[in-house]
Design a protein around this ligand. Structure first.
Ligand code: PMP
Length: 376
């Protein structure tokens, strides 16, 4: 026995006692219906995406090196061009994960003497990137633009550069940031706005560009962050912006410079998904309508479900044990919905997070609502 084995044993035993152990898990096998994936448009199994990946893989799989020492191919370049177009920005930089993109990008944009304002419910990758930056971090209450405005009017002069970081659609609550108000405050106080559109890309905006596209705010941002791993059905992350910030990232971002480029077939798959996005206006509308309906019906049955139209529909339960028990009960009758628990969400707000896909049919949604039944 040594300190490390004591440490692991204690941690493991306390989680086991509370029946709260996490486990790695794959997609459910049929006939269970999956309401846990972020594949909002069903692209990860789309034949044209799979064909594009296979075709590119004929030329080789791994990229072999960092993008600045030989790992960068014409497919990477094409993908960046298309992502920049979709985002209404001049340029783009891609990473092999969304987490690595957020972490590295935020860490290298701000530094000592700068200020970063961060929504209380921002994703771990954003939080960790801000922490790594050494800038002063000011967490603001979820969605509270007035707090941001008051803070900046008092403290803006104390800092060299200032940045505000928010998700557009929040990953665990499925609610939307007040981007119009935030961008107005950022303009007023010379504050760079950085928006993570991980969960909005593909779902919002006439071309699926995200909430910034829908609200026509693309020109108001310093950077738009995103991931290829959700509606685009692949893996990888990206940041889009004007030429200068992207050039800066190519030259300074450590998770970019010191990490092997994504395999070119991944870029090929993402390019195929981007082509499909143009044909999914109907799916986007249906998905958002399904979200509104589901929220209304679960609320009517007494469940604590906030209103909205994003494909992330949280059913707030409260205690971790009750959330796990409900997830188990639903899985037994054929519906896989992950229970999300602290520290992913604040204590006392454990929930089931329903992720909708445009492939879920009306019968499956009706079945899900029936399976929930009335809240007791
Ligand atoms: N940002 C947000 C808001 C996310 O929800 C996630 C993933 N859960 C990421 C970034 C990280 O993306 P990836 O899974 O592609 O690493």
């Amino acid at each position: 026995m040594n300190n490390w084995s004591d440490f692991f044993q204690q941690k493991s035993a306390s989680q086991a006692r509370a029946n709260l152990k996490r486990a790695r898990s794959g997609p459910p096998s049929s006939p269970v219906i999956d309401f846990g994936s972020n594949d909002y448009l069903g692209f990860r199994r789309h034949s044209s995406v799979i064909a594009a990946v296979q075709q590119a893989a004929e030329q080789g799989w791994g990229s072999g090196a960092s993008p600045v020492i030989g790992g960068y191919s014409p497919l990477h370049s094409q993908l960046e061009t298309e992502l920049a177009k979709l985002s209404g920005q001049a340029d783009c930089i891609t990473f092999s994960s969304g987490f690595g993109c957020n972490l590295g990008t935020l860490a290298c944009l701000a530094t000592d003497g700068d200020l970063v304002l961060s929504d209380q419910l921002n994703h771990a990758s954003l939080i960790d990137g801000i922490r790594l930056s050494r800038a002063h971090r000011q967490v603001y209450p979820h969605l509270q633009t007035q707090y941001v405005a008051d803070f900046l009017s008092q403290h803006r002069h104390e800092y060299a550069k200032v940045m505000l970081v928010t998700e557009s659609i929040f990953s665990m609550d499925g609610d939307a940031a007040p981007l119009e108000d935030l961008s107005e405050v950022c303009r007023r106080f010379d504050c760079g706005l950085v928006v993570d559109e991980a969960h909005a890309t593909g779902v919002y905006g006439p071309r699926g560009g995200g909430l910034l596209e829908e609200l026509r705010l693309e020109e108001q941002v310093l950077l738009k962050l995103g991931t290829l791993s959700k509606a685009l059905g692949s893996i990888g992350g990206y940041a889009c912006g004007a030429a200068a910030p992207i050039e800066y990232l190519v030259n300074h971002c450590r998770s970019y410079l010191f990490s092997t480029a994504m395999p070119a077939p991944v870029a090929a798959g993402a390019l195929a998904s981007l082509r499909l996005l143009g044909e999914t206006q109907v799916e986007r509308r249906t998905l958002r309508e399904a979200s509104r309906q589901l929220r209304r019906q679960l609320s009517a049955a007494g469940w604590n479900v906030p209103m909205g139209d994003s494909p992330i529909v949280p059913v707030i339960i409260g205690s971790e044990k009750s959330a796990l028990a409900l997830a188990k009960r639903l899985e037994l009758v054929g519906y896989r919905i992950p229970a999300i628990r602290p520290p992913t969400v604040p204590a006392g707000t454990a929930r089931l997070r329903i992720s909708l896909s445009s492939l879920h049919g009306e019968a499956q949604l009706a079945g899900l609502i029936a399976a929930f039944g009335p809240a007791s």
